[in-house]
Write a protein that binds this ligand. Structure first.
Ligand code: GLY
Length: 346
């Protein structure tokens, strides 16, 4: 598709946004405290709500929430058990923002530390910096008393080895299943590939707002690759006067648009969380021009999701493509809900 055709299709899509939005736009929430997260964060929103009800600070609440997922070896997109980079090393990214103090902290390409979100919070609290990366971030974490640990679980190592073995038919790696009669296991080649992440945002009864995003990033990434999660304005943005937004999905798309910041600015201008998130997704779609990232209709062939909450406690999850869910605790119930979306899957 040439760019002209793509722009035409993007315009058509823009027209469908408001229809989609209206169809799904029963405004959720509106009575803080509220905790909202990506779909892998039901335990995070539950924990955050428990702490908020006990009067905890909003940032303490959301960080304690995502710590559960960072420590879970079965979540292969975050913390311990996350899928490694192409060298088999788990490198983690995280950011936090604390609305009441306008504080921000983040770490990128951090190795050997299970809870990068806690380190990001200490960058905010204990340094005059916002972002520490790589070796410096690790040294800071160790100085702050964190234990170094191998984050690569046996399961993640096996997935990485499977990925390596299947990179090329012209290397010397042999898949054990190639030696099995019938090649049954080769047929069931199952290599998880993820941009998965957890974002969690909360607003308390006073209208104070905080957020956190934490991830092992793109699986099998080039060592040193940093996604959107630790970049303030991309993977997370909080303005205590307005609301919060964080993201999961293809970080490269979000890095080019600072779309969490953008969504908060749309909310500042009066958009609901759902409208703001959909407009931010539209901005990403408009800025996606690489042919290999577009489907036959000129739409992004990847997903990005936003989780937005405003100061009144209204909230929404939005996704580029239909079928996605997010987690939210609205003070009454903690459950998965359907994301509004920009494009409907066939
Ligand atoms: N959104 C997570 C990443 O791209 O690393």
């Amino acid at each position: 598709m040439d760019r002209r055709t793509f722009l035409k299709s993007a315009t058509v899509s823009a027209a469908t946004i408001s229809a989609t939005s209206q169809a799904l736009a029963a405004v959720e929430g509106g009575q803080p405290p509220i905790a909202i997260s990506s779909a892998n964060g039901l335990r995070a929103t539950d924990k955050a709500m428990t702490l908020l009800r006990d009067g905890a600070d909003t940032l303490d609440a959301v960080v304690a929430g995502v710590n559960i997922v960072e420590e879970d070896p079965d979540d292969m997109s975050v913390g311990y058990g996350g899928l490694p980079n192409e060298d088999g090393i788990v490198q983690l990214d995280s950011s936090v923002m604390h609305g009441p103090t306008r504080g921000a902290g983040s770490v990128a390409a951090l190795e050997q530390i299970v809870n990068p979100s806690k380190v990001a919070k200490l960058v905010m609290e204990r340094t005059d910096h916002v972002l520490l990366v790589g070796e410096g971030a690790l040294r800071f974490a160790v100085a702050m008393g964190f234990e170094k640990q191998d984050l690569l679980t046996d399961r993640a190592r096996e997935v990485w080895m499977r990925w390596k073995r299947n990179l090329s038919e012209r290397d010397d790696w042999i898949d054990p299943s190639d030696r099995l009669p019938g090649g049954e296991e080769s047929a069931a080649l199952d290599i998880p590939f993820t941009y998965g992440t957890i974002n969690c945002n909360a607003v308390d009864a006073n209208g104070d707002i905080s957020g956190v995003t934490t991830t092992s990033g793109l699986s099998f990434k080039i060592p040193g690759r940093v996604g959107d999660s630790p970049i303030i304005g991309a993977g997370l943005y909080v303005d205590n006067n307005v609301g919060a937004c964080g993201s999961t999905g293809r970080g490269e798309a979000n890095l080019k648009t600072c779309a969490s910041f953008l969504a908060v600015e749309f909310m500042r201008d009066g958009a609901s969380p759902e409208e703001a998130g959909l407009k931010a997704l539209k901005r990403i779609a408009e800025n996606t021009t690489e042919p290999y990232l577009l489907d036959d209709d000129g739409r992004p062939n990847f997903d990005v999701k936003f989780y937005a909450v405003n100061k009144k406690g209204q909230f929404a999850g939005v996704a580029m493509w239909s079928g996605a869910q997010y987690a939210a605790h609205d003070g009454k119930e903690n459950r998965l809900r359907d994301c509004a979306y920009l494009y409907k899957r066939a």
